[in-house]
Ligand binder design. Structure first.
Ligand code: ADP
Length: 426
């Protein structure tokens, strides 16, 4: 104070052996007489421990944030409401080939090498700050002649009052992951193509085997018939019974071969679809099974108001003939079959239901009814090849549809088929 100053402030750190630490701010103020001579000293001591601790903590916190930003391999950046950069970590600077001075306080328009892309970035940022909604964005840049893909998450920054004051973004280079995903996709589609080729050649083989089997099978049937006629007077009843068995086995075989051929044909045939009125096709299918319906004295209830569907008329009729035929066939002999057919629109599709009061299907078997040659224990005594529902499923698939079944053993089943609703698109 002798030097003419009127106040000297000193910060004193007071470390105690107990480990406690105090920081005192000691202010010395000159008290002067009328001539300006120092007459005495006034001393004010302030405890500033708390303030000092808080400042140190803040400094440490900032240093930590800085360290994090400098260390993460991701791009970390922040911009203010006017799009000026307020933060750009070394990853951002390295990618842009710029220094911190080039970037901070400037908009991407001023420092990003591609002006068109800078405008896109600005537009996205503006949208995020205007809507206040964070966004996940995939961005592609050409860097050193190489396409690089980044996935960025940009989040608006708000002040205490909730006002958007800028945004913060984290962006990750996912170029390698993208390449990997692409090569996986390519591999899957190549394998799928090769699998479909082998499947197609297997189906072709099945088709030609089935085709070639028909001739010898017909020969068996014809020779059994010839034998029956020519040796009629020499045959005893037992031999005649055997011949009958041979003939009916040959007929069953023929039906099986025809079903197989149909199944194979379905896999390859062109399936043009058109807008179709469902109800007349249901009526036509019912005409096809007229004899069966009469034999079983079945009652068939067709509910009105069918939605129009997008389907192939021939296949649709085949599907309905199979499902309606089964609904009448698989009913206990002592019960009169009652079948209900109705349809409803569901999410751009038409759902057709065929409900019977038949023997039903046990939960263990329900999963395999649509498989080729599936004949369940419940089919004993009912003629069939086990191919009908396989054909139904294949036909539905070829029309971009689906089939399914729900059943209560002993009470009945509900088969359904879902088809695209009209009008046909694509
Ligand atoms: P098929 O009638 O020639 O045996 P399907 O493929 O049409 O062949 O049916 C497969 C099996 O599914 C049948 O053998 C039968 O066991 C069962 N099934 C089909 N429809 C019904 C139905 N409506 N109710 C009960 N079981 C059924």
């Amino acid at each position: 104070l002798d030097g003419g100053e009127s106040a000297v402030e000193v910060e004193i750190t007071d470390e105690r052996p107990t480990g406690e630490r105090y920081v005192w701010l000691v202010g010395n103020y000159a008290v002067r007489d009328a001539q300006g001579r120092v007459e005495g000293v006034g001393v004010v001591v302030q405890d500033v421990t708390k303030r000092t601790n808080a400042e140190e903590a803040l400094r440490a916190n900032n240093a930590l944030l800085r360290l994090v930003a400098d260390t993460v391999p991701d791009l970390l950046f922040a911009r203010d409401r006017q799009h000026r950069m307020t933060l750009a970590n070394p990853a951002v600077l390295a990618l842009a080939g710029r220094s911190e001075e080039d970037v901070l306080g400037r908009t991407v328009r001023e420092w990003w090498h591609d002006p068109r892309q800078a405008e896109l970035i600005l537009a996205t940022d503006e949208r995020i700050m205007a809507t206040g909604q964070p966004e996940r964005i995939e961005e592609e840049y050409i860097l050193d002649g190489e396409l690089r893909v980044f996935q960025a998450v940009k989040t608006p920054l708000r002040d205490r009052d909730g006002q958007v004051v800028g945004l913060v973004g984290v962006s990750r280079d996912i170029t390698r992951e993208r390449h990997y995903a692409r090569s996986l996709e390519r591999m899957v589609s190549e394998r799928t193509a090769s699998l479909s080729r082998s499947l197609a050649s297997l189906e072709q083989l099945l088709y030609s085997i089935a085709h070639d089997l028909r001739a010898p099978n017909r020969a068996v049937h014809s020779f059994a018939e010839l034998l029956e006629i020519e040796a009629a007077d020499r045959l005893d009843p037992r031999s005649r019974l055997y011949l009958d068995r041979i003939k009916s086995a040959a007929l069953r075989n023929d039906q099986l071969i025809l079903d197989l051929l149909e199944y194979g044909r379905l896999a390859h045939a062109d399936v043009p679809v058109e807008e179709i009125e469902l109800e007349p096709v249901v009526r036509e299918a019912l005409l096809d099974i007229e004899v069966l319906v009469a034999e079983r004295q079945a009652s068939i209830e067709v509910r009105p108001d069918f939605p129009r569907v997008c389907a192939n008329r021939t296949l649709l009729k085949q599907v309905l003939v199979n499902l309606l035929g089964n609904a009448v066939k698989y009913v206990p002999k002592e019960r009169r079959p009652h079948v209900r057919v109705h349809a409803e629109p569901v999410d751009g599709h038409a759902l057709v239901h065929i409900v019977d009061n038949g023997i039903g299907i046990s939960p263990d078997d329900v999963g395999r009814v649509f498989e080729p040659f599936a004949r369940l224990p419940n089919a004993v005594g009912v003629p069939g090849t086990g191919m009908g529902l396989a054909i139904v499923r294949k036909a539905a698939e070829r029309m971009q549809g689906e089939v399914g079944v729900e059943s209560r053993p002993g009470e009945g089943s509900r088969f359904w088929i879902r088809l695209p609703a009209a009008p046909c698109t694509g």
